[in-house]
Design a protein around this ligand. Structure first.
Ligand SMILES: Nc1nc2c(c(=O)[nH]1)N[C@H]1C(S)=C(S)[C@@H](COP(=O)(O)O)O[C@H]1N2
Ligand SMILES: [Mo]
Length: 368
């Protein structure tokens, strides 16, 4: 047995054609739960139903001694307590957060990692201090290019020991709605969602929203840490550099209609008019439309979009009507954004299973 961690990361494995979910994937899935799709009914996801993703262990932090360090290429280094952060002017932003690996378990071949179906999403009202306020107080040097956010959690990933760390370009870090959040839905952050402080970067996939934040360091070269340059890259081959995973692609989800079978989750409805509803969002360009199909994507029609009163970063409700007739059907939905991007049937496969957005398909049996 080796007791040395390697200096070089190994690429994540792809499952063999007929390989079922492994015990390692099951262990990840049991720790990192998704949001049950019926919870799409809530504008704001109730606590405990929001999806969860923790790479290592949830740190046990004491907010009375915890401090945030801000340093590196700044005029004045800062050390801030939670009380000091709470005393600054606050903002609340409603944000739909989605893991970059959402949908991974549907890909063929399947990248071995957290085996999400499509439920790695949730919407919360995040309250905190605009990151810009803290950065302006510290005075970011003109030479700074990236801000590096470090969490209090520590682990090993593909052979490399590390703190969870992400770099974000200074221009993105100074964005209007980027928060250092200490509340989720009006309550202190739960331990699993980053207590006492996390970063929230609206419109970006989950990996950017660093939890259990303990330091922010401004650096003068682009950040080359693991989570930016090794993980979270869109690659076809394990050894190419690939493109960074950033903002969310459009996605619509359907609340599975009718009632389920306990073991298989197969859905049943009775014949007649079925009201279909769900949510859709897009981080890169604003959501423009949702399309619905009752024949497995052969024909599509426009769904009705609900109000956008949750703001730019929150999902929107959509609805459609389906006249169910006896038999087996596959319902499908897809979102379209203002830049014309939609959810392709093929072509979003990549080695890590990131930012893939196949249309959501739900098989339903209409009883006679
Ligand atoms: N410190 C730290 N921050 C983290 C993570 C982590 O493991 N450690 N996971 C990231 C990933 S991959 C996702 S998808 C989101 C999940 O946020 P949530 O668990 O609050 O839904 O947190 C991100 N922030
Ligand atoms: Mo994630």
């Amino acid at each position: 047995m080796t007791t040395q961690l390697s200096e070089v990361s190994r690429p994540a494995r792809l499952a063999a054609d007929d390989e079922g979910i492994t015990i390692d994937e099951l262990a990840l899935a049991a720790r990192n739960h998704g949001m049950p799709l019926e919870a799409l009914r809530h504008d704001v996801t109730p606590p405990g139903l929001h999806y969860l993703l923790v790479h290592y262990d949830i740190p046990y932090l004491d907010a009375t001694t915890w401090q945030l360090q801000v340093g590196g290429a700044v005029d004045t280094e800062l050390t801030l307590s939670l009380a000091q952060l709470r005393a600054l002017p606050s903002r609340t932003v409603r944000v739909t957060m989605e893991c970059a690996g959402n949908g991974r378990a549907h890909l063929r071949p399947r990248p071995i990692s957290q085996p999400w179906l499509v439920e790695a999403v949730g919407t919360a009202d995040w309250t905190g201090v605009p990151l810009r306020t803290v950065l302006e107080t510290a005075g970011v040097s003109a030479s700074a290019v990236d801000a590096v956010f470090t969490g209090a959690d520590h682990g090993v990933e593909r052979g490399v020991e590390q703190d969870y760390q992400r770099g974000l370009a200074v221009t993105d870090a100074l964005g209007d709605d980027v928060l250092l959040a200490y509340e989720m839905n009006g309550e202190p952050l739960p331990p699993q969602h980053g207590y006492p402080l996390r970063l929230v970067v609206p419109g970006w996939y989950g990996m950017a929203h660093v939890k259990w934040l303990r330091s922010i360091e401004l650096i003068e070269e682009p950040f080359t840490g693991f989570q930016n340059t090794v993980a979270y890259r869109i690659r076809q081959d394990g050894d190419e550099q690939g493109d960074a995973v950033t903002r969310t692609a459009p996605r619509a989800l359907l609340i599975p209609p009718g009632f389920p079978d306990f073991q298989t989750r197969e859905r049943f409805v009775h014949p007649g008019t079925v009201e279909l509803t769900g949510r859709a969002w897009s981080g890169a360009a604003a959501l423009a439309a949702v399309e619905f199909s009752h024949d497995d994507g052969r024909t599509w029609s426009r769904a009705r979009l609900g109000p956008d009163d949750g703001g730019r970063w929150a999902w929107r409700r959509w609805s459609a009507v389906w006249e169910a007739v006896p038999g087996r059907h596959t319902l499908a939905v897809r979102a379209v954004d203002a830049a014309g991007n939609t959810q392709p049937d093929a072509g979003s496969w990549n080695r890590g299973g990131f930012a893939n957005n196949l249309p959501h398909r739900v098989p339903v049996t209409c009883l006679s």
